[in-house]
Design a protein around this ligand. Structure first.
Ligand SMILES: [Mg+2]
Length: 193
């Protein structure tokens, strides 16, 4: 099947974190936590998908409070954030079944070997330009952009544009969930997030 037709059939998105949302770098802190850099343009695309009604999941082998907050701020529901996912395939399939979707209707974006079993199930298997060779061989579409530098923006924008959904409505209700202290701060400034 041509990839253009696959883009048109997509109803939901699943993303890995390290090497997809990020460039794969982690800053290891003395307390054991890991800091990651997320790309604002990639994240805006995810919010566009959520705001346009697409279910979005994040499936990662990592685990941190900051991933939880970042996912929530993008509108990803807590039940659709799978952290410490050793085997991503069953988590991917569970997400599909939670939304009564066929795996063939869902895109999975991954960059490394643990992603391959889920990529093989997905209707559209996507990787960034700097994914490992084994992953590239398992994918239908290799983005020209690397992880953390436009790969997510590329795939989400393509799917939404092909489906006529690439519209930003600044008056739409905000689907994001922010930590309490951010919500409090927004109230002080007179804006509700
Ligand atoms: Mg990865």
């Amino acid at each position: 099947m041509k990839t253009e037709i696959m883009f048109k059939n997509i109803k939901a998105f699943v993303f890995d974190v390290d090497g997809v949302f990020t460039d794969g770098s982690v800053l290891a802190l003395p307390d054991g936590d890991l800091l990651r850099t997320f790309n604002a343009k990639d994240c805006f695309a995810v919010r566009m998908a959520v705001d346009n009604g697409y279910p979005v999941a994040i499936v990662t082998g990592g685990c941190s409070q900051s991933i939880m907050h970042r996912a929530a701020s993008l509108g990803v529901k807590a039940r659709d954030l799978y952290q410490l996912s050793r085997d991503k395939r069953p988590d991917f399939l569970r997400f599909c079944s939670d939304y009564n979707l066929q795996p063939s209707e869902v895109v999975f974006v991954g960059d490394d070997i643990p992603d391959i079993p889920a990529l093989r199930e997905a209707g559209l298997a996507v990787c960034p330009s700097d994914a490992v060779t084994e992953v590239k061989e398992a994918c239908n579409y290799i983005s020209p952009f690397p992880g953390g530098r436009g790969c997510i923006r590329d795939i989400v924008e393509k799917v939404l544009k092909m489906q006529g959904k690439w519209h930003f409505d600044p008056t739409a209700p905000v689907s994001a969930n922010y930590p309490d202290h951010i919500t409090q701060l927004s109230k002080k400034t007179g804006r509700n997030v």
